[in-house]
Ligand binder design. Structure first.
Ligand code: SF4
Length: 441
């Protein structure tokens, strides 16, 4: 039985529609979800309404789409708006929400808007998402703020001169950054932001928006910390935290490879003092020439982001200023050759990432580079804005669906791990120094 559509009233209260069924979208195309594309709504997911929208459902009797502007359930007419969800971390979205947007409606802020429905049999919400990774360390319930102010105060006392502490405190308190909270709790993966500048201008950048369509959700770091400041806070974390990772390249900064010399020196200082923990870098992959040097200094793991394996789409979304797709690809290859555990942060989007030509391009990219992990990360952006951003989408074949796309990856890339989260070296599926492209899991 198909799930019912979920709608919201003007106050944001959610209701299942008694007659009409859930509809999702691949790109701009409405589709009825298949059972393989749906899951019970995972704990920690968020609900959203889409302002200035009319919800659209499926009428099973007429086999037609129907716009549902208002409902009358006994107390007079109620104006409706579309509802959707943002699935918890570890879950890959399979369908976008489908709704009629009012002309002139504001651009939505940066979330991964996902189709939502209601299953009458179980009495539960369902969402268009499938789980691609499972790591209890990233479950939202682990990030309760009880005790955070005290932990921040203790870190301030321990490192009174270190300029990273006030920055990370703001990230933890105001922007609810999990990596910043982990730093203050001395556990798991912590962030080491270092870069106020970037060499790209992503449409979905959370730390700087140049188009003025909506505000950036985070504030960029305003300083370049010294290697000594980075070592001072990373060392006790790597030495003392369980499953410790120290990560350069966070949501609150620009491109860390623009400060590659600082990373190199900080890694050396840290590795002169401890071998414990994992040193990791999140990057746009713009400077392949640094991979050997950073690996020699002690960097062990890297995650390079791209929205697409199609150069034109990468260019349209990243709007890179001093590099291009070929540099990013060279960076992946250079990282593999340097013995780094090499991951792609693949910013996926239903109806784009699963287009036949994009899947073929991504499989070829994986084969050419020998990357070790593909992280399937939901691209957080207003769907209409993203579709407007990409050129020539109609020339890329049919969308196979995100669930089918995952099967294709697993069949065609048996040696590549499909994940969502960064992992400490204790959890890597291969030894990247002992194995090059296509190494066995
Ligand atoms: S590469 Fe990262 S920091 Fe730079 S514009 Fe894109 S999202 Fe923002």
């Amino acid at each position: 039985m198909s799930p019912l559509m979920v709608v919201a009233d003007a106050g944001g209260n959610l209701f299942e529609h008694p007659e009409f069924e859930m509809v999702g979208a691949l790109g701009a195309e409405p589709v009825a979800p298949e059972s393989s594309e749906l899951s019970p709504l995972p704990a920690g997911s968020k609900f959203f309404t889409i302002p200035d929208s009319v919800p659209v459902g499926g009428d099973p009797e007429e086999d037609a789409l129907v716009s549902v502007e208002e409902a009358n359930w006994g107390d007079g007419p109620v104006l409706l708006q579309a509802a959707c969800t943002f699935p918890a971390p570890g879950w890959m979205r399979t369908l976008l929400p489908f709704a009629e947007r009012t002309p002139g409606a504001p651009v939505l802020p940066l979330w991964a808007y996902t189709a939502l429905g209601f299953d009458e049999e179980s009495g539960e919400f369902v969402c268009a998402a499938v789980q691609v990774d499972d790591c209890p360390r990233w479950e939202p319930e682990q990030y309760d703020d009880t005790g955070l102010p005290g932990r921040i105060e203790r870190m301030r006392d321990a490192h009174p001169e270190n300029r990273m502490i006030p920055h990370l405190a703001r990230c933890a308190r105001e922007f609810h950054c999990f990596a910043a909270k982990n730093f203050f709790a001395r556990r798991w993966e912590m962030g080491l932001p270092i870069a106020p500048l970037c060499n790209a201008d992503c449409r979905g950048c959370i730390s700087l928006q140049t188009d003025d369509l909506f505000p950036a959700s985070h504030r960029r770091i305003e300083i370049v910390p010294t290697p000594e400041e980075l070592c001072e806070i990373a060392l006790p974390h790597l030495d003392g935290a369980e499953m410790a990772v120290a990560s350069f390249g966070q949501g609150c900064e620009g491109e860390p490879l623009l400060q590659a010399g600082v990373i190199e020196r900080a890694c050396r200082l840290i590795r002169e003092r401890t071998e414990r923990g994992t040193l990791h870098l999140n990057t746009n992959g713009s400077r392949p020439e640094w991979m050997d040097r950073l690996a020699a200094a002690g960097l062990e793991s890297i995650r390079i982001s791209t929205n697409s394996a199609t150069p034109e789409w990468h260019g349209a979304y990243y709007r890179p200023e001093t590099y291009d797709f070929s540099d990013m690809e060279d960076c992946v290859k250079a990282a593999v050759d340097a013995g780094l555990y090499t991951q792609i942060n693949y910013l996926v989007f239903p109806g784009v990432t699963d287009l036949e030509a994009e899947v073929e391009a991504a499989l070829a990219f994986a084969a050419r580079t020998g990357l070790h992990v593909i992280q399937m990360k939901n691209l957080c952006i207003d769907p209409a804005l993203y579709l407007d951003t990409l050129p020539d989408i109609g020339d890329m074949g049919e969308a196979m669906g995100m669930a089918r796309m995952l099967e294709v990856y697993r069949e065609e890339l048996p040696d590549v791990a499909i994940r969502y989260f960064n992992r400490p070296k204790e959890e890597w599926h291969i030894d990247p120094k002992g194995s090059k492209a296509g190494a066995a899991r």
